[in-house]
Design a protein around this ligand. Structure first.
Ligand code: SAM
Length: 294
């Protein structure tokens, strides 16, 4: 079985093969296909895998699994929110599976979390087939769900946010526009002074151009402090994943360990991956990633 598609009625030996790289394939045994359709924007499949649990793939690229989602969602939510220290309003662009929304809403000091997702089907089908990921987040009174293109939203909205989190697909298809300088400029426009932007930025060992590209574009968009932190997400093949960081206030990135520990304790979060120590350590990049950024 080749390519990122699945047969009508899968037998026990059927596989989903991710098609993100020309010379490398990651395969997932399909125990059962739960849903598959061509949405308004992309090919969507949700299937059961014996190791990762339920898996969502869009355009033949793995997006999230119930088995390891906690890694990425905790690092994309808690790092910027705890680094900020006084966030009240958060914008999530993409993220229709609801995982980052769930983690962000665990910060009781937040007054509003706006999620702008282009594809309604992702929200509805994750609620139906992967309910452990969003949990009750979409029913929280602080949640505002907007079905729209994130690039258009940040270019047009009058709303302002303390933290912006870009949980996009890869820079192909509908997600391509979320890696442009114009989009980052829009993100900076909607941030309050000292606000923080984080974004999914690929796997540097295999997507070597992505981090340097967004570094340049976020700098050109006007951000004064631009960098990365990393996390190891098992289902994102290829080693460490880069998570982009941008702000106009460098002190937010160099936050003291004691301050982070105090904020973490005050937030009363029980986490499976994030710790205040790991938060700081995640900004220490391996030499090869540093070399890519020079
Ligand atoms: N964590 C995953 C990753 O790192 O690859 C991303 C997961 S999340 C499901 C990605 C979401 O971005 C998808 O639901 C997709 O529909 C949404 N998306 C893609 N392009 C978008 C755009 N231009 N505006 C808003 N949402 C977009």
């Amino acid at each position: 079985m080749t390519g990122g598609s699945a047969p009508a009625s899968p037998g026990p030996a059927d596989w989903f093969e991710e098609k993100l790289y020309p010379d490398i394939r990651q395969g997932f045994a399909i125990a059962k296909i739960l849903h598959r359709e061509r949405t308004e924007h992309q090919d969507l499949i949700i299937f059961e895998n014996p190791v990762y649990g339920r898996v969502l793939a869009l355009d033949a690229i793995v997006q999230v699994t119930t088995g390891d989602e906690f890694v990425y969602h905790e690092m994309m939510a808690h790092v910027p929110i705890l680094a900020h220290g006084a966030a009240r309003r958060v914008l999530i662009v993409g993220g229709g599976d609801g995982g980052i929304l769930r983690e962000a809403l665990r910060h009781r000091a937040l007054e509003r979390v706006t999620l702008v997702e282009i594809d309604r089907a992702v929200v509805d089908l994750c609620l139906e087939w992967m309910p452990s990921i969003p949990g009750k987040a979409f029913r929280d009174r602080r949640t505002e769900l907007v079905i729209a293109d994130g690039a258009r939203y940040v270019a047009e909205t009058d709303e302002r946010f303390d933290v912006v989190i870009i949980d996009s697909t890869d820079p192909v298809g509908p997600g391509e526009v979320l890696f442009t300088e114009a989009f980052y400029r829009g993100c900076r426009r909607v941030l309050t002074p000292g606000g923080i932007l984080v974004n999914q930025n690929g796997v540097p060992f295999l997507q070597r151009d992505e981090a340097p590209m967004t570094l340049r574009r976020r700098r050109r968009a006007g951000f004064h402090d631009v960098g990365f932190y990393v996390a190891a997400v098992p289902s994102y093949y290829g080693g460490l994943m880069a998570l982009g960081w941008a702000s106009d206030d460098r002190r937010k990135r160099e936050i003291a360990p004691a301050t982070l520990a105090r904020r973490f304790a005050a937030a009363k979060l029980r986490t499976k991956y994030y710790t205040p120590e790991l938060h700081r350590a995640a900004f220490a990049l391996p030499a090869f990633i540093g070399d890519q950024l020079r």
